[in-house]
Design a protein around this ligand. Structure first.
Ligand code: SF4
Length: 252
């Protein structure tokens, strides 16, 4: 499933409410630094010269939509056909978006769903700090399982590196984790084992995020051999965090 326009929606998001989507990646294929086995956009398609919308195009499309929108928005959300922070003008686009939000719908939040891989870039960190909601992915807290689930393009990427990057926000972000089981290329995938959960709980305590979103696969996935974690099990995963006082949102 690909989003085929720069602005889409508003849609009702199970996690964010009434959300107007902004697409910064190509409209005809996915572009991401991960290739998650559960990605609703499918597998990455290598393209030599991907075409991204310009900062000016995004600003014009967003202004046109916001100026005619009747409904109340909960959020303007950057996500879609890949990793939005890959856009070279991401910081400028966020600055434009905040100005337009303030002008047309000051109640709406500006949210970014990111896979956390670009947090080594100061411009990306600066942009995310300007937003209301930084929703940042950590699907597993061991290198082996993170690599099996997310299939990072940078095969040397480590969980320790991601955690160090996430610590730049001093807990002022939402941690998002997709829980799943299955297999890919003959290797088992399961981030719900006691060993995996123990490492993930430890990462949560290190990061102390202001909110934790845990969710399950909801639509068709590129890897077919995956299964959805039942709601009762998601409740059990959340329970120790709730007991510690964390704000945990379960989408299951
Ligand atoms: S990070 Fe998001 S867009 Fe990228 S592959 Fe994973 S689910 Fe898809």
């Amino acid at each position: 499933m690909l989003f085929q326009s720069i602005i889409y929606g508003p849609i009702h998001s199970r996690r964010l409410g009434t959300s107007l989507g902004v697409e910064l990646m190509p409209l005809d294929h996915k572009l991401c630094t991960f290739n998650c086995v559960y990605c609703e956009c499918g597998w990455n398609t290598p393209v030599s010269h991907p075409v991204l919308p310009t900062r000016e195009q995004v600003k014009a499309a967003l202004e046109e939509k916001l100026s005619t929108l009747n409904s109340q928005l909960s959020t303007i959300t950057f996500s879609g056909n890949g990793e939005p922070t890959l856009h070279p003008d991401f910081l400028g686009i966020i600055e434009d978006t905040i100005a337009l939000r303030n002008q047309y719908c000051p109640q709406a939040k500006v949210s970014v769903l990111s896979n956390s891989t670009q947090l080594g870039r100061p411009d990306v960190v600066q942009a995310l700090q300007l937003c209301d909601n930084r929703i940042l992915k950590l699907d597993a807290a061991t290198d082996e399982m993170m690599r099996r689930i997310d299939l990072p393009v940078n095969t040397q990427l480590t969980v320790a590196q991601i955690i160090t990057w996430l610590q730049q926000f001093n807990g002022d972000f939402t941690l998002q984790t997709c829980f799943l089981r299955g297999e890919h290329n003959g290797l088992p995938i399961d981030n719900t084992t006691p060993e995996q959960l123990s490492a993930w709980y430890q990462a949560v305590d290190t990061l102390h995020p202001k909110q934790i979103m845990i969710y399950v696969i909801d639509r068709k996935t590129p890897e077919e051999h995956l299964s959805k974690i039942p709601r009762s099990e998601m409740d059990s995963i959340a329970a120790p965090l709730l007991a510690k006082g964390y704000d945990v949102l379960i989408s299951a």
